[in-house]
Design a protein around this ligand. Structure first.
Ligand SMILES: C[S@@+](CC[C@H](N)C(=O)[O-])C[C@H]1O[C@@H](n2cnc3c(N)ncnc32)[C@H](O)[C@@H]1O
Length: 269
């Protein structure tokens, strides 16, 4: 990237700058837990001061979820080398090269303005497709199904990283039902926040710097099973598991307020 990048993003889309700012600053540390050169490049060229999006709690949470999801997806890809991965609400995420095995197919789905932003900052990549669509509309299903049908019975992995908190429970239910009725089998990894964070969102260290609104939260991903008969939550891990090992503040947070951190739930059907 040589020129200043100017992005015109809607309210919820702006939240994608938070993980970018965090992954950029982490990448420049001495022993980075996550290395994302595209994020560094974006932050260097963006006409916005992103320091307001890189605060301690958000930083540790985003890095923990990135490390945990990278690990989970790499394991999934090792088991299912022809997997089709669909990143719902992809923002400016750059996970593909970190987990690619040279065979998977990857879809990044987000609103049209975010997809335009991705086109400005990422070169076209083989086996990566961009789909401009609201995840709640079924426009993105056909291109994904077309690819899936061209591969012999691929394993489908869907990611919802930093997405569900911006949807109501009804909307999450519609999305889950859409996934279940469109794909015979699948695995979804969904980040969950909790109702307390929704209530106190004005105090969130970085999302409060945007105009986005948290619309829902759960105390257990099991609550989602009631929204879509036939899905099963098989696993749920707090970001504390990763975060507690990296700083005293992270350890204290994880041990004094164990239920307050986001969780990554595995859902299958
Ligand atoms: C906090 S960002 C997370 C971005 C990315 N997953 C990451 O972790 O870096 C939330 C993203 O969800 C997207 N998003 C929220 N609601 C959406 C919807 N209904 N349809 C498509 N994308 C949506 C936003 O545009 C934004 O890119």
């Amino acid at each position: 990237m040589n020129n200043t990048i100017s992005l015109q993003l809607g309210d919820v889309q702006t939240t994608a700058l938070i993980p970018v700012a965090i992954k950029a600053s982490e990448s420049l540390r001495k022993n980075p837990r996550v290395k994302d050169d595209v994020a560094v490049d974006i932050v260097r060229h963006l006409d916005v001061d992103t320091s307001k999006y890189d605060k301690f709690m958000s930083h540790e949470g985003v890095i923990a979820r990135t490390v945990m999801l990278d690990r989970f997806i790499s394991n999934f890809v090792a088991l299912y080398p022809q997997a089709v991965v669909v990143n719902l609400g992809a923002g400016l995420d750059n996970r593909f090269p970190r987990v690619d095995n040279g065979r998977i197919h990857w879809f990044d789905v987000d609103f049209p303005d975010m997809i335009e932003a991705r086109k400005k900052v990422f070169p076209p990549r083989p086996r990566v497709s961009l789909v401009a669509s609201d995840v709640l509309k079924d426009d993105w299903i056909a291109p994904v199904l077309e690819k899936a049908q061209s591969i012999d019975d691929p394993d489908m992995l869907f990611l919802a990283e930093g997405l569900f908190m911006y949807l109501t429970l009804d909307e999450i239910g519609s999305l889950l039902n859409m996934l279940k009725s469109s794909f015979p089998h699948g695995t979804l990894i969904a980040e969950q926040n909790n109702p307390m964070l929704v209530k106190h969102q004005k105090h969130h260290d970085t999302v409060s710097e945007t105009n986005a609104v948290f619309k829902s939260g759960t105390w257990s991903a099991k609550e989602l099973e009631a929204l879509c008969p036939g899905i099963r939550v098989t696993d749920e891990h707090s970001l504390n598991e990763e975060m507690a090992g990296h700083s005293l503040r992270g350890w204290l947070f994880a041990h004094l307020l164990p239920k307050m951190n986001d969780r990554l739930a595995t859902i299958v059907w």
